[in-house]
Write a protein that binds this ligand. Structure first.
Ligand SMILES: Nc1ncnc2c1ncn2[C@@H]1O[C@H](COP(=O)(O)OP(=O)(O)OP(=O)(O)O)[C@@H](O)[C@H]1O
Ligand SMILES: [Mg+2]
Length: 219
């Protein structure tokens, strides 16, 4: 990322888009402490998070999912859900929360199945709901729709809106433009590690620089 600066509106769903290799995942890695920025700041609730360890940032209420899923393959679906530490609630409550969340994405019947035996789409859904175990305030989703069938995707999107209504802030990286244009209030566009545009969907759709980044220069 080079001189890239943006402000994510609190309590809204925002989209971060850009061609392959434009720096979207890198941005998430910088925001969550997987990469340490060699300059700049990450301000969250008035505090600079740059340079903190991933677990420290997680404890401040920031959670994420990964483009390539990172579930525990040798743990069951339920164990994956309960692997989240620092919940601060009794085991019984955690279990109930886990059951509700997996039922929500139609994984209830697979609660005892090993993570590694789930389909790719199911792993994405498991990772999505696992990220919600802590009741985070800022949720970063890296391509949540990839490989998830239409029906479940709709559930996932409904759930996202419900989270937003509860006051959560959500940022989605996604190549599915229907998801981005129909569900995000604000969109940030990256290309070659810099922000090339920012605005509401209608504006972004007719932005020359965005069209060019995606489809190449007009002849
Ligand atoms: N630690 C690193 N050091 C140097 N280059 C890196 C590093 N991490 C990623 N890159 C490069 O930075 C570019 C951006 O990668 P990134 O994964 O952020 O893209 P992306 O926008 O998420 O793309 P995609 O849509 O394909 O997931 C790529 O060319 C990648 O190879
Ligand atoms: Mg990526």
């Amino acid at each position: 990322m080079d001189g890239c600066s943006f402000v994510v509106p609190r309590g809204k769903i925002s989209g971060l888009i850009g061609p392959n290799g434009s720096g979207k995942t890198t941005t998430f890695n910088l925001l969550t402490g997987l990469l340490e920025p060699d300059g700049g700041q990450v301000i969250y609730n008035g505090e600079n998070l740059a340079g903190l360890k991933p677990y420290q940032i997680f404890r401040k209420g920031v959670t994420r999912t990964f483009q390539v899923t990172r579930i525990f393959r040798e743990m069951t679906v339920l164990e994956n859900m309960l692997s989240v530490t620092g919940l601060g609630v009794p085991e019984r409550v955690a279990r109930q929360r886990a059951e509700e969340l997996i039922a929500f994405v139609n994984l209830g019947h697979l609660r005892s199945e090993y993570g590694g035996r789930l389909s790719y789409g199911q792993q994405k859904l498991l990772e999505f709901v696992r990220a919600l175990m802590t009741d985070p305030d800022l949720i970063l989703l890296d391509e949540p729709a990839a490989g998830v069938n239409r029906t479940l995707l709709q559930h996932l999107l409904d759930h996202m809106h419900r989270l937003q209504e509860q006051g959560k802030t959500i940022v989605i990286v996604e190549h599915d433009m229907n998801v981005i244009m129909n569900h995000c209030e604000r969109i940030f566009v990256m290309d070659y590690g810099v922000k090339i545009a920012e605005g509401p969907p209608a504006e972004i759709q007719r932005d020359e620089r965005v069209v060019e980044a995606y489809f190449g220069r007009r002849r």
